[in-house]
Design a protein around this ligand. Sequence first.
Ligand code: ZN
Length: 301
Amino acid sequence: MKISFDERNCPICKNPALDMSEINPDIDPGSDEKIIKKYWAGFYKDNVFFPYYRCNCGFLFNRKFPNQESLQMLYSDEKDNVIHGDLELDLKTKKYYLKQLNFSVTDYERKYNILEIGADNGNFLKLLKKIYKNSDLYAIEPNRNMRKDLGEVTNNIFGSIDEINKTQKFDIIIGIHVFDHIPNLNEYFTKLNEKLSPSGFVFGVVHDEKSLMPQIFKHRWPIYRLQHPHLFNHISLNNFFLKYDFKKIFIKRTKNFFNIGYLVNQLFLSLFRLRVRVPNLFSVGLKLGNFCFLYKKNNKF
Ligand SMILES: [Zn+2]
């Protein structure tokens, strides 16, 4: 199947981007299907992504990106969502997210309807289940290979938001590394918002394009990649939620847990294009490249 593209204006303010791109790859895949398919999933030595443009409102995004149909094809080739495959680190990272969330949503005995979009291996839902014991959990996960793991934590698993019962409402919607993967952000968020109860929460984690990591790595920051049609910073994310009249509860830098060996290997690969083999040794939690956020629907309440 051929890859088709959308020409995009700024997903937040709808204006066209500035003429000059701000972040440029070593290799711009243009419309080359072979290159796009090869580099779509995973991290490579070569630095391949669509150029990122800055809008006057501050948002960073690709002007050209595969359309919805083409995306479905590209994502369906993927096997496993957890990029580095290290479940222990994934769990440590998610435990830290939960700590940041549950200081703010503290009514542990209450029955919440909680939906996680892109629920992946279900690790975060498992953690939630321990704390919000009386709550009902729901998951959206398009990748069928993940459903078996998810089945251990909930029976309410959907392939997309459109499969969920029209009248169903949620009190908390969670999206961990989801919002920077969704090109038609407004359309998708409007659907989510319809499913969110009048004083519901949205909790998420995204990459931070103004963090220390891109300052060190420049255009070799591994997060500039084909799967990210846009990237947030604290201000652009806040602009997005203000547009929908949400109230900010917090934006916080969050920790990611890495094996030291992996970090060093990645650093050499990105900066010097060298493959080195440093053993994993031990893991560290670093507040380097991501932030989490909690917003409440409806500013007025
Ligand atoms: Zn804009």
